[in-house]
Design a protein around this ligand. Structure first.
Ligand SMILES: Cc1cc2nc3c(=O)[nH]c(=O)nc-3n(C[C@H](O)[C@H](O)[C@H](O)COP(=O)(O)OP(=O)(O)OC[C@H]3O[C@@H](n4cnc5c(N)ncnc54)[C@H](O)[C@@H]3O)c2cc1C
Length: 427
């Protein structure tokens, strides 16, 4: 039997930051509960009433030796599903939670995704799940349908994840693909129209309205941008600005689109209505989107009739996990590094929820792929290093320098592999 010297162990411990991309939170979230039992406590769920603070894990579970899953995936949209498949391809187990609040739930068809153009989003998700279930039953697991993650606790080398059905699991990494929600003005007809004639993304829905009548509703500078993006599809466009244009509105438009007044009004023949939209009314429900007809009611003129309405809306995170985890934000988006890792190491945020500034199905899938690759590589690294001591000591007779060189060599090699992989993936 090989006896390990204390200095060897201290070296191993010192190597941990090098070895692991995970770090122990600076201030362990530990406190005393009633009865003197030590628990992880305090402000983890300060903003989430659904997360029962008495259910925190005990301190002896701070560093589990066995993990329930390699990765927990939060979200069952294109981002979460892509992560599930990608991890299974390299034999990583994952558990996917899905609260069934999909951003594109209201839309009739998904567009601009190869092989899926015109597919119903629900059918797309079902087909992907079926394929993953059939091909990777040993690796991809699903939480009971419609289960919401209500809390994520960082542990020493991973996470404990709590759901709203009272379940909790551990995983070495977490990928959050939790999406965003569009915040619509609280006006009659808007909620019903959104995704069914009212839209924001010319690439997603614009083609349905080729040569049809479109109303663009929003602040002048952004509305002009949308009108220009649509003009190849249709020239029958009106802009409604939400009210009388202020000096600031006009200046903002001029800065972004110099000479806008002449070009938009005179050359492109687009009418600008300095009014608010009070409500929208779907007067014809067509067999296909382009055959719908809407009345767009204005504050002081007769209604405009349109087949489609483009709207500019603000968005919020669908989940509150970013608050519970106190993730660093960039406006309403979770700030991530190039590898999709958030400010909590080992926790990745992909898709609409992150600050890549791109919100479409491709981006969700691509960013999930990148996170899955990073998660896998960092776990492989950790596993190697965790298993090094006895093997290395046996091979080297306890030569710490040799061990150190090997580890550093491995870091470089794995880093290169990832770089090459990204290049191949076009990253
Ligand atoms: C009307 C409309 C039409 C669109 N059309 C297109 C289109 O044609 N083509 C295109 O490319 N893009 C389109 N988009 C954009 C597209 O829907 C998004 O970019 C895409 O859905 C983002 O994927 P995601 O996985 O990041 O998030 P989502 O698809 O929104 O999925 C988020 C997932 O996270 C889950 N979740 C959130 N919080 C929790 C929690 N706490 N616990 C468990 N689960 C949780 C949700 O239930 C859901 O499963 C459209 C968007 C809208 C609004």
């Amino acid at each position: 039997m090989v006896l390990l010297s204390p200095s060897f162990w201290s070296f191993c411990l010192l190597s941990l930051p090098l070895a692991s991309t995970l770090s122990v939170p600076q201030k362990p979230l530990v406190g005393e509960s009633e009865g003197g039992v030590t628990t992880l406590t305090s402000d983890l769920a300060f903003d989430d009433v659904e997360f029962n603070p008495t259910d925190y894990t005990s301190l002896d579970e701070w560093n589990p030796t066995n993990w329930d899953y390699d990765v927990v995936i939060v979200g069952g949209g294109p981002g979460g599903l892509a992560a599930s498949m990608s991890l299974a391809r390299v034999a990583r187990t994952s558990l996917l939670y899905d609260s069934q609040e999909y951003r594109n739930d209201k839309t009739r068809y998904m567009h601009d995704v190869l092989g899926q153009d015109g597919e119903v989003p629900l059918k797309f998700r079902s087909a992907v799940r079926k394929q993953i279930e059939e091909l990777y039953p040993d690796y991809s697991f699903w939480a009971t349908r419609k289960t919401k993650v209500i809390g994520i606790v960082p542990l020493e080398k991973g996470f404990r994840v709590y759901d709203d059905r009272g379940g909790k699991v551990t995983a070495k990494r977490v990928i959050m693909a939790t999406g965003i929600k569009d915040v619509l003005p609280d006006k009659p007809g808007f909620a019903e129209a959104f995704g069914k004639g009212m839209f924001w993304c010319p690439w997603c829905d614009g083609h349905d309205y080729k040569n049809r009548k479109i109303v663009v509703f929003g602040k002048l500078a952004s509305a002009i941008g949308s009108a220009l993006n649509l003009r190849k599809l249709t020239t029958d466009i009106d802009i409604v600005t939400g009210g009388v244009l202020t000096k600031e509105d006009k200046e903002a438009a001029e800065t972004r689109w110099p000479g806008w007044e002449t070009v938009i009004k005179d050359h492109y023949n687009i009418t600008i209505w300095e009014e608010d939209v009070t409500s929208v009314e779907r007067t014809t429900i067509g067999m296909e989107p382009q055959d719908d007809e809407y009345k767009v009611h204005l504050s002081s003129s007769y209604p405009l009739v349109a087949n489609g309405i483009i709207i500019h809306v603000s968005t919020v995170q669908t989940s509150r996990l970013h608050k519970q985890l106190r993730l660093e934000m960039d406006g309403n988006s979770v700030k991530v590094k190039n590898n999709m890792e958030s400010s909590v190491s080992g926790l990745y945020v992909v898709g609409d929820a992150n600050n890549d500034n791109s919100t479409n199905a491709y981006h969700a899938m691509w960013s999930a792929k990148r996170a899955a690759v990073n998660a896998h590589v960092s776990m492989s690294k950790q596993e190697y290093l965790d298993s090094v001591p006895s093997a290395m000591v046996a091979a080297t007779g306890g030569d710490e320098d040799f061990y150190r060189n090997q580890v550093e060599g491995l870091e470089v090699q794995i880093g290169d592999d990832v770089e090459q992989l990204y290049k191949v993936l076009g990253g």
